[in-house]
Ligand binder design. Structure first.
Ligand code: GRF
Length: 194
């Protein structure tokens, strides 16, 4: 990963599928003078993603591609990334698995946020699984993407306590708050090497 030296901000794309609360927090972070990124492009596989309204509100270009034909969708996305000179890709609630070929083309430059303390609970329903297993803590992880789902090198993690009366919804909300704090920190770590 190239280092941010405080001159030109690193052109970044955020991939979403749903609400986009992480997108919103990343946009706010990107507006800070000390932030190393500029969000240039939002990509979604879902035309109904609420997060698309956030990109519109902040006047960030967005593109939507159905993944029914994954190969062609990914080809178009790679074109968009190249045209927009994107250097960093942040997955934020993006619910599609990118192909090995795509990951290879952007090797070491795609990061993701996942709502568990990886390597525990890869995949879906992380909160429910943590509660059902009687775990005392859960949390969130920002990690690099490699060819195996939720298995790339960990950049940062934040622990969140699970309390007795937690439902997965309540825990999800508490963890999401920490995600909004963790993702910007992880980006700084990767680009500035804090
Ligand atoms: C977050 O919990 C993220 O960790 C997971 O999907 C959720 C997306 O939330 N991958 P939002 O769309 O950023 O609000």
């Amino acid at each position: 990963m190239k280092k941010f030296l405080g001159l030109e901000k690193v052109k970044t794309a955020v991939f979403i599928s749903g609400t986009g609360s992480n997108l919103k927090s990343l946009i706010k972070f990107s507006h800070k003078k000390s932030s190393p990124i500029k969000i240039q492009l939002v990509i979604s596989n879902n035309k109904k993603a609420k997060g698309l309204n956030i990109s519109k509100k902040y006047k960030i270009k967005n593109k939507v591609y159905s993944f029914d034909q994954k190969k062609s969708a990914e080809k178009k996305i790679l074109d968009d990334l190249n045209k927009n000179q994107i250097y960093l890709v942040c997955l934020a609630g993006f619910m599609k698995i990118l192909s090995k070929n795509f990951i290879k083309k952007f090797k070491g430059k795609i990061i993701n946020i996942h709502p568990s303390l990886l390597p525990k609970y890869k995949g879906l329903n992380t909160h429910k699984r943590a509660i059902n297993n009687g775990d005392k803590f859960s949390g969130c992880t920002v990690h690099f993407i490699n060819s195996k789902v939720d298995s790339g090198k960990i950049i940062l993690q934040k622990k969140v306590k699970i309390v007795k009366k937690d439902t997965s919804e309540v825990l999800a909300k508490r963890i999401l708050k920490q995600e909004h704090y963790l993702y910007p920190l992880a980006i700084k770590k990767v680009l500035i090497n804090l």
